[in-house]
Write a new protein. Structure first.
Length: 618
């Protein structure tokens, strides 16, 4: 970066091209520092933009002001970024601060950043954006008919709002754009639509950028280098008026047309139409062009405009939780484990009648790891020989003290309860250590996940201030630093055009399964109330073979996940990514008491065992 380029950016002049670097999918998750400096010093990035969280961690972050990672992890990630801001003049934009984005999270991150600036004797301009929403505002909007469900969930009720502990609004790009008009060095945003800061920076810096181009770029970039193969952390976007180019900063990874197109499936109900504030991003006709061995150019997205509505997210504390964990190795007990735990539950309920009389606030649940703990009643695999079970007992009660007492009673029942054929009379339960029961603290649930009509999308509190001695404010010419970058390519890159896997398996003469042909088979949340499945192939031949079988159909989905037809929200083939996509309603609300898979990443088991070939040559 030269001084002249830096000066033009400082004065807020618009340009023909901007370069944005994202170090990591989530602030605090860590990244290779040398790859960040490659983007700053070799590729002359203009801005660092990084997302801070989502609903993925469950309702606790919002209801209890828990941050997604520790202060130490935030500091580790932020130190190089703040140095880059001061020494090279890049801007730093952070959205959904802390994980859920309420005021407490914004202020927590602000405190860390201010401390890091002061400790280094820097002086920088900082802006904060707050996206909290009061109950009164939501109730007024609800009364006026301006609050509607976000997805296939019930309409919001007054009592849902009144019992909520915290509410945030997923803001769009407008507050970030407003904050950037004052040319801060760092912007710390509350809860926001993931692409929002990317869109705002492009609109702020690029003279004639297409809103759809900026939106599509932000949707891919907010997850960092996940769109690369192998998936990585640090990635650079070079944005022009009607296209953007993606390049991972790890020289041993690459973006391909397929890997980038496929990323729009990630965590989304469907890959072709992406709803957001003010419209729907339609990427049906998007174009993906391989422009180098490791880089891809993207263009062609359009926006279907709709009235602006921002998503509300609300959560509350529902009680307190206590857990205990141990192992069961006795084969006699394992054969009758369901009857034994049912009997133990009944014995515990006799001592604590609240488990029956008030079953909403008092709960005792079992999870059998090694049997069906991950998918519970959805587990399709037939029981086979199980020689060991990890048993997790979970208790919910209105107070921690009562939860502890019920858990203690239940654990003792598991340890010393009798069962038919028992010969091991000293005890049934291998406890891994002490304390024997663990107080897990408050348990929470989502209460609001709805869209609220917004008249003025800019109308959120923004604060500007300067941190440090004004005499230390950055000069127009960037300073130099001695940072080295990662060495060049040292590993063989994934082939751009791999051989179809189907040819090998057809000739192998033995049965083969979906994971043998697919390069990706995964499950993930697409919000707190949806679960989405992606199957992606590396070649058209593999894709067409599986598609032609017509086995990934409604009947399979209904059988595999015990779903009703009304539970299936999307079921489609998506040729741009050579992918199959399915989204269903979650069988239990994400993060609620008894949760078995918070991120939804382990529900793809039925896909892993789906046979797609007999091995018999036709």
């Amino acid at each position: 970066m030269n001084g002249q380029h830096f000066e033009s950016v400082q004065q807020g002049q618009q340009r023909d091209t901007v370069r944005i670097i994202t170090p990591s999918p989530i602030l605090g998750y860590g990244y290779p520092e040398e790859d960040l400096w490659r983007g700053i010093t070799e590729h002359h990035a203009d801005a660092i933009i990084v997302d801070g969280g989502s609903t993925d961690g469950g309702p606790d972050d919002l209801a209890l002001n828990h941050t997604v990672v520790s202060r130490e992890m935030y500091e580790r990630d932020l130190v190089p970024m703040i140095e880059a801001v001061y020494t090279h003049g890049v801007k730093l934009l952070i959205s959904t601060a802390g994980g859920a984005g309420p005021k407490a999270h914004v202020d927590f991150l602000k405190d860390i950043i201010l401390d890091l600036i002061t400790r280094r004797d820097y002086a920088l301009k900082v802006a904060t954006i707050y996206s909290d929403v009061s109950k009164e505002t939501v109730l007024r909007k609800l009364k006026d008919g301006k609050v509607n469900p976000c997805g296939a969930i019930p309409q919001l009720k007054v009592e849902d709002v009144e019992k909520t502990d915290a509410i945030v609004c997923q803001i769009g790009h407008e507050p970030f754009l407003k904050a950037l008009s004052e040319e801060p060095d760092i912007v710390i945003g509350g809860r926001a639509y993931d692409p929002a800061p990317f869109i705002a920076y492009c609109l702020h810096r690029l003279g004639k950028v297409s809103h759809a181009t900026a939106w599509h770029m932000g949707k891919i970039m907010e997850c960092g280098g996940i769109c690369a193969i192998p998936k990585g952390k640090v990635i650079l976007a070079t944005v022009k008026s009607d296209n953007f180019e993606l390049l991972p900063m790890d020289p041993n990874t690459r973006c391909t047309e397929l890997s980038v197109a496929a990323h729009t499936l990630y965590e989304k109900t469907r890959p072709d139409l992406l709803s957001g504030p003010g419209g729907v991003l339609d990427i049906t006709n998007a174009r993906y062009e391989q422009i180098s061995a490791r880089g891809v150019r993207v263009s062609g997205a359009v926006i279907q405009r709709k009235p602006t509505a921002f998503k509300l997210e609300g959560a509350r504390k529902v009680g307190y939780k206590t857990v205990f964990l141990g192992g069961i190795r006795d084969p006699i007990l394992i054969r009758g484990i369901e009857d034994f735990t049912t009997k133990t539950w009944e014995t515990t309920a006799k001592m604590f009648p609240q488990l029956k009389s008030d079953s909403k606030q008092h709960k005792l649940l079992w999870k059998f790891y090694g049997k069906n703990a991950v998918m519970a009643h959805l587990e399709p695999a037939p029981p086979t020989y199980v020689h060991e079970i990890g048993l997790l007992g979970e208790v919910l009660a209105p107070t921690q003290r009562l939860a502890n007492a019920i858990a203690n009673c239940a654990r003792v029942g598991i340890l010393h309860g009798a069962y038919p054929g028992q010969v091991a009379t000293a005890g049934n339960f291998a406890s891994p250590g002490t304390p024997l029961e663990l107080s897990a603290g408050p348990a929470c649930e989502f209460t609001i996940y709805h869209l609220m009509d917004v008249e003025d999308p800019e109308d959120f509190p923004i604060e500007h201030f300067t941190v440090g001695n004004p005499s230390n404010l950055r000069k127009l010419a960037p300073k130099t630093n001695g940072h080295s970058v990662a060495i060049g390519q040292i590993e063989r890159l994934v082939p751009l055009k791999p051989e179809p896997a189907i040819r090998f398996y057809i000739n192998a003469g033995k049965p083969f399964y979906l994971p043998d042909l697919a390069r990706v088979v995964r499950s993930k949340n697409s919000g707190p109330f949806e679960l989405t499945f992606d199957v992606m192939f590396a070649t058209e031949e593999d894709y067409e073979y599986v598609k032609s079988l017509d086995i990934l159909n409604k009947a399979f989905v209904k059988s595999a996940w015990k779903a009703e037809e009304s539970d299936i929200l999307a079921l489609m083939w998506f040729r741009p990514a050579l992918a199959w996509k399915c989204t269903i309603k979650r069988s239990w609300d994400q993060g609620s008491f008894g949760e078995r898979d918070t991120f939804g990443t382990a529900q793809h088991g039925p896909l892993m065992s789906l046979q797609v070939g007999t091995g018999v040559k036709k």
